[in-house]
Design a protein around this ligand. Sequence first.
Ligand code: NAG
Ligand code: NAG
Ligand code: NAG
Ligand code: NAG
Length: 870
Amino acid sequence: MLCSAAAMADCQIGTIPFSVFRFVFFILVSSSLTLFCSAADTITRNQTIRDGETLVSKGQNYELGFFGHENSTSRFVGIWFRNITVKTFIWVANRENPVSDKAGVLTIGSDGNLVVLDGNGRPLWSSNVSLSSENSTAKLDDDGSLILTSSDGKSHWQSFDYPTDTFLPGMKVVVNRLKGENRAFTSWKAETDPSPGNYSMGVDPRGSPQIVIWEGSRRRWRSGPWNSLTFNGIPNMSSANLLYGFRLSNEEEDESRYFTYTPLNVSDKMMFRIRWDGFEEQLRWEEENKKWSVMQSQPDKNNDCELYNKCGNFAICSSWESPICSCMQGFVPKNWEEWRRGKWEEGCSRRTPLLCQRNSTGTQEGGDEDGFASVKCAKLPDFGDLVRVDNTDNCKGKCSSDCNCTAYSYVNGIGCLIWSGELLDVQHFTKGGNTLYIRLAHSDLGGKKSLSTVLIVTITIVGAVFLGLFICLAWRFKSKLKVLPSTATSTTTTSLGWRRSNEIPPYDASKSAEISTELSGPVDLGIEGNQVNGPDLPMFNFNCIAATTNNFSEENKLGQGGFGLVYKGTLPGGQEIAVKRLSRKSGQGLEEFKNEIILIAKLQHRNLVRLLGCCIQGEEKMLLYEYMPNKSLDSFIFDLDKQALLDWKKRYTIIEGIARGLLYLHRDSRLRIIHRDLKASNILLDEDLNPKISDFGMARIFGGNQNEANTNRVVGTYGYMAPEYAMEGLFSVKSDVYSFGVLLLEIVSGRRNISYRSTEYASLLAYAWQLWSEGRAAELIDASIAETCSRNEVLRCIHVGMLCVQDSPGYRPTMSSVVLMLESETANLPLPRQPTFTSMRGHIDSDLFSEGYENASLNDMTVTMVVDGR
Ligand SMILES: *[C@@H]1O[C@H](CO)[C@@H](O)[C@H](O)[C@H]1NC(C)=O
Ligand SMILES: *[C@@H]1O[C@H](CO)[C@@H](O)[C@H](O)[C@H]1NC(C)=O
Ligand SMILES: *[C@@H]1O[C@H](CO)[C@@H](O)[C@H](O)[C@H]1NC(C)=O
Ligand SMILES: *[C@@H]1O[C@H](CO)[C@@H](O)[C@H](O)[C@H]1NC(C)=O
């Protein structure tokens, strides 16, 4: 087409015959080419590819054939990029057994497998799968995979499952806890020799999966654990680069998960590979420069800290310090002599045994409890184990209760990681990373120099020296002054090292927080503020978020609530997120807002929606949550078509889940969050229909001071609001209990509290009370579950619901009793009192608020009103 267009362009009257000739010639050539090409992305039985012939994929992206370096007679079958001037191979078949001359062929063997044969018909390589018939075909796909298909159309083998050194978009790298490390990629032996080399690359599924480069059997580099958005050990992977487009799939039946990669622009030619000299590279083809540009490379050639366990066990590598290695707080070099000479391999050992270790050796001495020292912005040690606990306190508890545990970290997006035994390959970053808590004997907690104390001391010394100089000058000027000796002492003592360590004031976490804020720069929200001991929260750049939500387009809108609009976003890797764009009137300053978000990010529970990150840019404030494909509970229970999808068992787990999540907010989290807007549309359902409470903590951001029990702004939704809250603005954990009770009755009955107007009753609560008091509570049960449910469970739920919606907060149970009541079949429940509030007020308000309640779906019907006006 291009050529013919060119021919037409210089179409001038006098030269028509020539142009026509060129045109026809082009057609002839190109059609014969096309015929050849279109026939040749596939080989079938009895067809062969000889050395010199090639297969070309349909879209002309890839080509398959024999190749070899000009200085060598070895020939290999491989796949390379077509239409790229730099010949780049992505896959090699017979890398262990090259053909020694140009007589080799690739064909479908008598057993139906793809085989490479030498000139004598001896097999050198085979796809080696068992096939039922010999009539199979092999096709070179346009994404670079060679696929072997049997005559019934089933694919039995593909080159993407047996990669050599290159990872392409579309490939899957298997992560399976049961199968352990997966060294999927092996480097070439040399730049021009595709035989297997010394380096391999793959994933280690332990704890949270990470990418590892091995040299032989030793580790050379690792990425740090995957936190569902980035790798902990690649700090500059956050925000701007927006995650490169990696994604880890959910677990499948055989407990396998897959890492995949999708480029930002799908038309980009992109690949990752493990180079022959042990460096992983991410490359992108630049058509304009006709070369591959390196987007990132690991390990970083200019940073020795990147090499695996550079400083040895129990040491920390900080690339900006000199020397780069230092022992962790409470640890001393195993071999001082070597350590001083810069040979760090032996690492460090514990100065004082832990109390539990001393006790276990039988000495039974008393003493102060062991404690934890923190390292901020750390690349977490290797070989962490994931423990399923809900929050950072329980994580700490888990570690304290096991004498083998040497450290823990609670990471947003992963959960609780604990380490037993030695701590390997820890790095200190200037920003990013996570906070690591190292277990120490009590006596080692105080004095020793963490980075921050070193800084404080350095600043003190520099200050002292300046002061000394100043005083010295003054002293010369006025020789009466005799202050010098005291400053001189302080300098000598410090230059002598840490002799005075018992005089150094105890380690002060709040001070170190200030220092690391200085070091971290403005973007890294996770370590700002004073509440630094929680998981670190990734901070995103506004443009990236705008891109993932298609510029906040209407199609991406999921819903609208009192706190702002919610959009669906898709990260380059395909991971879906929900973005809540907060309305601007939050009334909070930036610092307060950040502190709130950090606090909220620390709330982690199976039944709370996970906060993945946030974005603050000027007026814009956004929260990024995990995306819940099944939307919210109200889209099920109030929808006649979908009601039946939630059978009683499912509804019961949903009720229990909400109760547990709420209990966590009220009691177990250190913050004591009162939700204040619990309702069906704020309960989201994950793919397995497990409930997750959303919008918790919003009241803290929008509703003013949480410590005051009285607020002049009521945030909540009519129908779910407890009487004392709706009328007087008084709230407490018991107002959430009320909302929970309403929700419970709605789940059981499949009807909305407020739109319940088809009868003489003002609300579902009034109706429920009527049935309850007449002993007909079973009639409340949703028709779609009435047949199959467990009567006793449902009736107990209704009973608990009635207890929760009593007018007086004092009569309502706490969430912990609710959880107990729901779970114990034998508990004797108290008798509820009649709820009068909604029946009294229903008539007026249901008119006022009649619009919109009927067609509510994901939309939050949040009503924010000023109480004074009522
Ligand atoms: C094919 O696989 C079998 C077992 O899985 C193995 O013993 C055999 O050596 C393989 N053959 C080739 C040519 O790789
Ligand atoms: C394979 O194909 C050949 C020729 O088309 C046919 O004769 C033979 O029956 C086929 N074999 C099987 C097992 O389908
Ligand atoms: C691979 O290992 C061998 C043996 O240890 C060594 O001689 C060779 O130089 C190594 N090759 C590369 C590329 O590092
Ligand atoms: C993707 O790349 C193609 C070709 O390089 C370019 O034409 C296109 O504009 C790019 N798309 C985006 C969204 O950047």
